[in-house]
Design a protein around this ligand. Structure first.
Ligand code: ZN
Length: 306
């Protein structure tokens, strides 16, 4: 059966924007009677804070959201990603890249042509064996890049509409051997039979890259619904410095989880202001929701959740 998922990184407490995305992902899956998975994206071990595996699950549980066993951690699944990397390598689609971040930044100072700022300019794509040996003997450890797509990749996002993007030569394995996020997420979404990926739209730009990776691995891509971010009044994405942004913050103000859930539901057109709703009620009302297509601006310290 097609599944849905919420895939947070355990780097801190979930904020209202994360919880809103989780609620929407849960509604898409559960209103369809589908499994719903939690997957921790924790390959970047330097930023993981172990206590937040539990704090994030606890906040979802307090809101009344449920999920299927088992909760998945990407760091337990490296075999899967390494087998995908081996497939790409054996197909001759990857090459080692010796560039430092600074070299890439300097090479892309002046954006040119159709590329957005920060794309990889292909510096290492045609290195000779001698050049590689020279880099290796200088002590440089390469990352592994996947050759991009010569054609723009197009897809129709459920919330953002028709979208297209160019795909540069993306890192699929970092220089320390860690599989890259863009590879792992593709492998996991296919392995878990995710039919619709519901996630924040800061990942919209990465989606053509992920579709390309699925394509060269011969994997069926999911569909996507990118949820516009929740922003602070400054226009920046919501963050801890913006005030009472987490469920724990709101509860410290005397609000209860039902109020927070109900507030999130009002922002999706699923509840009236001041109404108290349960996840079950929201399932009955979904999908008559006004699905978000614009960012939601919040001033957390002025929110009165009723
Ligand atoms: Zn390079």
């Amino acid at each position: 059966m097609p599944s849905g998922r919420f895939a947070p990184s355990p780097t801190g407490r979930l904020h209202l924007g994360n919880l809103r995305t989780a609620l929407l992902a849960w509604l898409f899956a559960r209103s369809d009677g589908s499994p719903f998975w939690i997957r921790f994206e924790d390959l970047d071990t330097a930023s993981v804070r172990p206590e937040h595996y539990q704090s994030q699950l606890e906040d979802l549980r307090l809101l009344g959201l449920d999920w299927d066993d088992d909760v998945i951690r990407q760091r337990d699944r490296r075999d899967l990603y390494e087998s995908a990397l081996a497939t790409l390598y054996q197909a001759g689609l990857t090459y080692p890249c010796y560039c430092s971040r600074r070299e890439i930044r300097e090479a892309t100072q002046a954006p040119n042509g159709p590329w957005s700022h920060g794309h990889y300019p292909g510096t290492c794509s045609q290195l000779t064996a001698e050049q590689r040996i020279r880099h290796e003997s200088a002590g440089r450890t390469p990352s592994l890049r996947l050759r991009g797509s010569p054609q723009p990749i197009e897809f129709v996002d459920l919330l953002c509409g028709p979208t297209r993007g160019l795909v540069d030569d993306a890192v699929v394995q970092r220089f320390d051997g860690t599989p890259a996020y863009n590879l792992a997420v593709v492998v996991d979404d296919v392995a878990q039979e995710i039919e619709l990926v519901v996630r924040a739209d800061d990942l919209l730009d990465s989606t053509p890259r992920q579709l390309h990776i699925a394509d060269v691995l011969g994997l069926p891509p999911p569909r996507y619904a990118h949820v516009p971010l929740v922003l602070a009044p400054s226009g920046d994405r919501l963050a801890k410095r913006d005030g009472a942004v987490t469920l724990a913050d709101r509860m410290a103000l005397g609000e209860d989880p039902v109020q927070v859930l109900s507030f999130l539901a009002t922002t999706l057109g699923l509840a009236e202001a001041g109404e108290r709703v349960s996840p079950g009620i929201l399932i009955d009302r979904f999908p008559s929701a006004t699905l978000p297509t614009e960012p939601l601006v919040l001033e957390p310290d002025r929110l009165d959740l009723g």
